[in-house]
Design a protein around this ligand. Structure first.
Ligand SMILES: Cc1cc2nc3c(=O)[nH]c(=O)nc-3n(C[C@H](O)[C@H](O)[C@H](O)COP(=O)(O)O)c2cc1C
Length: 319
């Protein structure tokens, strides 16, 4: 094959230049990276989580470098949806890349209200709902761990959202399939996963957690194998496209997620050491396709061959 491999993909009716997006929370509101990264070359970007009102976030320290990963507890600090629309969106709207707003809340109404405000603004191609938050109306049960609560919040948002809706699942559950199905049945156009894994870093000398808030979320290369397993399981459970993430730092990592069942990927923690990593990952994915003589990125999607001897989560695989 001599021609350049085709990186362009279509996701929920949106054409992306390549299947690599900058993940939420590690790329600020996108515009802050303008001097370091050609934002127009990105497959897309997902802005930092937005809530109804501005949030200050958690007490420091908020980040701890773990073995092959990072633990964070930023506490979803953000400027609030109205300030985002006023101060950040106009510059984002001028970009020639797909911009998704990541949205969170503590009750269904919070999500619906944020989406309502975003619906009346220009410059976004879709939404990603971060459902890894406790529902304060239901005793703090996480939306992301209860298929009924998850279905309710997704259906509520679906009723007001005209743009494509991605539901981002938490990996902090025993089985991902019921959650993926609940989101898809309630109207999600796509599923993304994984968010971070709840983790604890301990300072044994001080007898204290390393993170101000106590627990934090583990991300980065350490989580990649678990993320790949969950992306595979989610892709088997639903018909809607799955967006994979968790520790992606190279084009070959991205290829692994596509093979496991993802239609696109997001790059998060890698931007901490290489701000342009989403662009590099896309370039390297192109090189991978060329080496493997594969015509396009979409030809890799869901191509994992699970042999008979490979066990799935359904069976006893704890040996
Ligand atoms: C510092 C930090 C902040 C994050 N903030 C958000 C957020 O606001 N909303 C969200 O849905 N995910 C958030 N995430 C999760 C990432 O988007 C991503 O799902 C996760 O880190 C796994 O991907 P990675 O290993 O490539 O970082 C955050 C992650 C980190 C490290």
């Amino acid at each position: 094959m001599t021609s350049e491999p085709r990186l362009e993909i279509s996701l929920c009716g949106i054409t992306l230049k390549n299947p690599v997006l900058a993940a939420s929370g590690t790329f600020a509101y996108g515009v802050e990276f303008e001097s370091m990264v050609d934002l127009n070359e990105l497959g897309g970007l997902v802005v930092k989580g937005l809530s109804r009102e501005a949030m200050e976030g958690n007490p420091p320290p908020r980040i701890w470098e773990a073995e092959a990963g990072m633990i964070n507890s930023i506490g979803l600090q953000n400027i609030g949806v109205r300030a985002f629309v006023r101060e950040k969106l106009p510059a984002l709207a001028r970009l020639k890349t797909a911009v998704f707003a990541n949205v969170f809340g503590y009750a269904s109404e919070d999500y619906v209200e944020v989406i309502r405000i975003l619906e009346s603004a220009e410059g976004l191609v879709g939404y990603e709902l971060n459902v890894s938050c406790p529902n304060t109306r239901h005793g703090g049960i996480y939306f992301s761990s209860d298929p009924v609560l998850l279905g309710e919040v997704v259906a509520g948002v679906r009723a007001v959202a005209r743009r494509p809706l991605i539901v981002k699942l938490s990996p902090n559950v025993a089985r991902i399939e019921p959650l993926a199905r609940a989101a898809a049945e309630a109207g999600a156009d796509a599923i993304s996963l994984v968010n971070t894994f709840v983790a604890l870093a301990v300072d044994a000398r001080a007898r204290k957690p390393r993170i101000g808030a106590g627990f934090g979320g583990l991300s980065g290369p350490a989580i990649k194998p678990i993320a790949l397993r969950m992306v595979y399981e989610a892709a088997q459970a639903v018909r809607v496209p799955v967006i994979g993430m968790g520790g992606i730092a190279s084009g070959e990592d991205a290829a692994e997620f596509l093979v496991a069942g993802a239609s696109a990927v997001e790059v998060g923690t890698a931007t901490f050491w290489d701000p342009a990593s989403p662009l590099r990952v896309a370039r390297e994915l192109g090189e991978f396709l060329l080496q493997e003589k594969i015509a396009g990125a979409r030809d890799l999607i869901r191509t994992l061959r699970l042999g008979k001897q490979e066990k799935t989560n359904e069976e006893d695989c704890c040996d």
